[in-house]
Ligand binder design. Structure first.
Ligand code: HAM
Length: 451
């Protein structure tokens, strides 16, 4: 039997040609849209970050997303995972080698040098919030575009600076009700670290140990033996158990500096865990290094769960072409912080109090309500509206959705009488008030305990 021919999908029954829908785009793997409901968490976290930074005397700075590729090769480190495996690097139309910023610190160091900030009174304390890009394998809490809150202190060698940073990060998480613990270590200075690195190579070269290491660690052994200590592979973790510990090799100055940081933390009641295996995956650190782990992740020791990390980098400014300038800083992950708040169902305080919704019925009322809206907004009231809708029910639903305390309703009758209906959204009680007395009537209700 001959098959019935199917009408082509682009033609409707009246033989009119129907437009084919264009193919949709999806977002790239490992990146996210931050939608409306998500933003309440972001607002909370970003506000906390900037309030704390300002309270401790840090000034905001921003740097470009695009920088010279060489900036990261020389600072973050040519052999680091970030530079070799994760960086978005490309040649632009002029053939210049460019990178999307994988971390903030190198750009901030460049900016400090480029703008001659060593001429400012030292220390220079800066805070930064922005997006970073790393082409890693995406998973929960690990994205290819993510955001950091970053603090840096330039021109201060005193261990008080290290402690101040740790204290701010500790307060940041505690005040957001996220329980964290500071993992802390000292990796000494260039001189004492060299001796330790030799000891470590000797240790790993002992019979049977090297064969147990993961492929990456086998490669890293001679180039960067310290990185073997924070490898998360099971076999490497087992081998490192008897490894010599850096704290036994650091020089007197580094030891003294580290002890002072710990003493200050003790005095400030900031709990910490000494972690001899933590070395951090970036090349520029010396002396104090630290990470913030969420309490429940501490046992898992999952690197991807660190909420923040940082440390001292006393040589970096000079390496990048500036003067000798001691410095230290940290970066906290905004997405990971937001995830923790959501995971733990931490209640978010309502942001706006005493919201006044203005509803209208009819075209003339809409015009007048518009004017009232502008007047109240300019006087500092928290007003909302839905002037695109005519229907009162839809407007009251919106008033409920935005959690309004009061709704002012204006219709034809109210315009004639020069009044307005004031509805208490909690009790549902409506009163007619004189149009000229709106502000004082609202004030009266707010001071009587409106939300
Ligand atoms: P980092 O440890 O590479 O340090 O990153 C800091 C924080 O950024 C991490 O603890 C984590 O919360 C977040 N983070 C890192 N990678 C991702 C990712 N792929 N997805 C989501 N979040 C991520 C630095 O970047 C240093 N610049 C910190 C610093 C500042 N040291 C001194 N000053």
């Amino acid at each position: 039997m001959p098959r019935k021919k199917k009408a082509p999908s682009s033609v409707d029954t009246k033989d009119n040609v129907v437009k084919k829908r264009a193919k949709k785009f999806s977002r790239l793997r490992g990146v996210k849209d931050i939608l409306f409901d998500e933003y309440k968490y972001w607002d909370l976290v970003l506000r906390k970050a900037s309030d704390l930074a300002k309270a401790y005397g840090f000034k905001r700075i921003d740097t470009p997303v695009l920088e010279n590729l060489g900036l990261y090769e020389r600072s973050t480190g040519k052999a680091t995972d970030i530079v070799t495996k994760e960086m978005y690097a490309f040649q632009d139309r002029n053939g210049d080698k460019i990178a999307l910023r994988p971390e903030a610190t190198p750009g901030l160091v460049r900016s400090y040098i480029e703008h001659g900030m060593f001429n400012l009174p030292q220390p220079v304390k800066m805070f930064w919030v922005g997006s970073c890009f790393r082409h890693d394998r995406p998973q929960s809490g690990r994205y290819r575009q993510f955001h950091q809150f970053d603090l840096e202190i330039f021109g201060e060698e005193n261990p008080v600076a290290d402690t101040l940073l740790i204290l701010i990060a500790y307060n940041f998480f505690r005040e957001l009700q996220i329980e964290t613990q500071v993992q802390i270590n000292s990796i000494g200075c260039n001189d004492c670290r060299a001796e330790y690195a030799e000891k470590l190579i000797e240790f790993y070269k002992e019979r049977g140990k090297r064969t147990k290491l993961c492929i990456d660690c086998k490669k890293r052994l001679l180039k960067n033996p310290l990185r073997l200590l924070d490898c998360k592979e099971k076999e490497c973790v087992e081998v490192r158990e008897d490894a010599p510990q850096i704290i036994d090799y650091i020089c007197e100055d580094c030891k003294d500096h580290f002890i002072k940081v710990l003493e200050y933390l003790d005095e400030l009641d900031v709990p910490y865990s000494l972690n001899p295996y933590m070395v951090r995956g970036l090349d520029y650190y010396n002396r104090t290094v630290f990470e913030f782990w969420s309490i429940e992740d501490e046992d898992n020791q999952r690197a991807q769960s660190s909420l923040g990390g940082g440390g001292r980098y006393d040589n970096l400014v000079e390496i990048m072409g500036g003067r000798e300038t001691p410095a230290c800083g940290f970066g906290l992950g905004i997405e990971r912080t937001v995830l923790k708040i959501k995971e733990k169902n931490i209640p978010i305080k309502k942001e706006d109090d005493n919201i006044i919704f203005i509803a209208q019925l009819g075209d003339q009322a809409r015009r007048k309500a518009f004017i009232l809206f502008e007047e109240l907004r300019k006087s500092g009231y928290n007003v909302r509206q839905l002037f695109t809708k005519d229907n009162l029910k839809a407007q009251l639903e919106e008033a409920n959705r935005v959690d309004a305390s009061f709704t002012l309703i204006m219709g034809q009758k109210e315009i004639m009488d020069e009044t307005i209906l004031l509805r208490d959204m909690e009790s549902g009680i409506q009163e007619i008030v004189d149009y000229k007395k709106i502000s004082s009537e609202i004030e009266k209700r707010i001071s009587n305990g409106g939300k």
